[in-house]
Design a protein around this ligand. Structure first.
Ligand SMILES: CC(C)(COP(=O)(O)OP(=O)(O)OC[C@H]1O[C@@H](n2cnc3c(N)ncnc32)[C@H](O)[C@@H]1OP(=O)(O)O)[C@@H](O)C(=O)NCCC(=O)NCCS
Length: 166
């Protein structure tokens, strides 16, 4: 049974514990900042529980740091993560559902960025199967397009942005 709610003051500690020791571990301050930004109505952070255990999280940010989304008023899903022991049970689908429902209150599109190396393979498949389409601008690093024939590093900062009509 998957339950998704908005992040609450007690959640940062549980989120830190859920991801401790994994490649996707975050400091408590990371989630505390999400809570602050949610209170300021800049972000909505969703926390998924599987049978009452915190299993994953995702955020919806109203003003994207990616200029094409920002200029078109497209809210962006950020920081979608499911703890490794809870993967493959529909938690990410439930989080995306919640983010898409929230975005639809203000926008006809939703956006997301995904890394290009294999650690993002499940996310790449998930987004395509879920109807997200590349935005047609190629890949970006730190907000700048990577130009044709340019040499770059295939790390977490090399991102392809996708959108979905809601
Ligand atoms: C990507 C991620 C969020 C998926 O979470 P999840 O809860 O396991 O995903 P779900 O169980 O909801 O799966 C939804 C669909 O995604 C696809 N998918 C998920 N994991 C997959 C995998 N390992 N291989 C291939 N497809 C996968 C499948 O199509 C799946 O649907 P199906 O099971 O009906 O075939 C999770 O693997 C994760 O946290 N990865 C590391 C962080 C990350 O990459 N975040 C995204 C940043 S952009």
């Amino acid at each position: 049974m998957i339950h998704v709610s908005h992040i609450a003051p007690a959640d940062p500690d549980a989120l830190v514990a859920a991801f401790a020791g994994t490649r996707w571990a975050r400091a408590r301050e990371h989630f505390a900042r999400h809570l602050d930004e949610q209170q300021q109505e800049r972000r909505v952070t969703f926390v998924a529980r599987l049978d009452d255990t915190v299993a994953g999280h995702a955020s919806l940010v109203w003003t994207s740091g990616y200029a094409p989304f920002r200029e078109q008023g497209i809210p962006e899903v950020q920081d979608l993560n499911v703890a490794p022991q809870h993967r493959g049970r529909g938690v990410a689908l439930a989080l995306l559902d919640a983010a898409e429902r929230e975005a639809a209150k203000r926008s006809t599109f939703i956006g997301i960025g995904v890394g290009l190396h294999a650690a993002y393979g499940p996310a790449q498949r998930l987004y395509v199967l879920r109807g997200y389409v590349p935005d047609g601008r190629g890949v970006f690093r730190h907000g700048e397009p990577v130009r044709e024939a340019e040499t770059t590093r295939l790390d977490d900062d090399l991102v392809l942005y996708l959108t979905k009509r809601l």
